[in-house]
Design a protein around this ligand. Structure first.
Ligand code: 13P
Length: 258
């Protein structure tokens, strides 16, 4: 009942010209894959160009960040209103934003509320650091990120209005991002089922939790993707490095369809 979703997070890669080239390479292969929702998240500067190339396809567009205010004197920031003109999705609280740009659960919470208020679907990232993982704190950290990130929200009402969960969660263990050392599929599934979905169920009810898609992210490649997608609680992937290569991203997306 949860449609698989594969999203490519391009991070701070690709000029406008390079983005056009990469998307043009990807579109035919991605278009041929059915039964998977596909989302591309280029840098802000390439959104407009990529959007033009995705017109008439079923491939959707996402931004990698947003500010929580609709407008204002916030030099260098991009508002949810601006993003909602171009995109369907927005990544929120990626570990790189938490690590390098001071994002915390409270900012994730504000951004998530702002995104949904403007009709965007947030892809909210959670995950423990290597140190936290090694000291057995995964459950505590991820549970806190979910509860505080989703605090003070009436999501049940939103999902009833829309007929589906208004958000997506991505479980990205920080130690697996860009390291080539992916989590095991079983390990990621266990965190998603026993921590993420369990916390969401406590907050918003079983039905809401079981309708919310949870992705895995962290060194997903064509040769390990299907192991993740075979897991019952993993509904797709948030792909970094491999989303910058058209054939790798197409292979990963195809694996989600089977
Ligand atoms: P990699 O796929 O490069 O490990 O990055 C994962 C990620 O951070 C996606 O948001």
């Amino acid at each position: 009942m949860r449609k698989p979703l594969v999203a490519g997070n391009w991070k701070m890669y690709k000029t406008v010209a390079e983005a056009r080239h990469l998307v043009s390479e990807m579109v035919p292969g991605l278009q041929a894959i059915e039964g998977v929702e596909k989302v591309i998240c280029p840098p802000f500067t390439a959104l407009l160009a990529v959007r033009a190339l995705l017109e008439g396809t079923e491939i959707e567009l996402g931004a990698q960040n947003l500010h929580w205010e609709t407008s204002g004197a916030y030099t260098g920031e991009i508002s949810p209103l601006m993003i909602s003109e171009l995109c369907q999705y927005v990544i929120i609280g990626h570990s790189e934003r938490r690590t390098y740009f001071g994002e915390v659960d409270d900012t994730v919470n504000r951004k998530t509320q702002a995104a949904m208020m403007h009709g965007l679907i947030p892809i909210i990232c959670v995950g423990e650091s290597l140190e936290e993982y090694e000291s057995g704190m995964t459950e505590e950290i991820v549970d806190r990120q979910i509860r505080q990130g989703l605090a003070k929200m009436d999501l049940q009402e939103k999902s009833a209005q829309q007929g589906q969960s208004p958000l997506v969660i991505a479980y990205e263990p920080v130690w697996a991002i860009g390291t080539g050392k992916a989590a095991t599929a079983e390990g990621a599934n266990a965190v998603i089922a026993n921590v993420i979905r369990a916390s969401i169920a406590e907050l918003f009810g079983e039905e809401f939790a079981s309708s919310t898609r949870v992705l895995y992210g962290g060194s997903v490649k064509p040769d390990n993707a299907s192991e993740f997608f075979m897991q019952p609680d993993i509904d797709g992937a948030l792909v970094g490095g491999a989303s910058l290569n058209s054939s790798d991203f197409i292979s990963i997306t195809r694996a989600a369809a089977t």
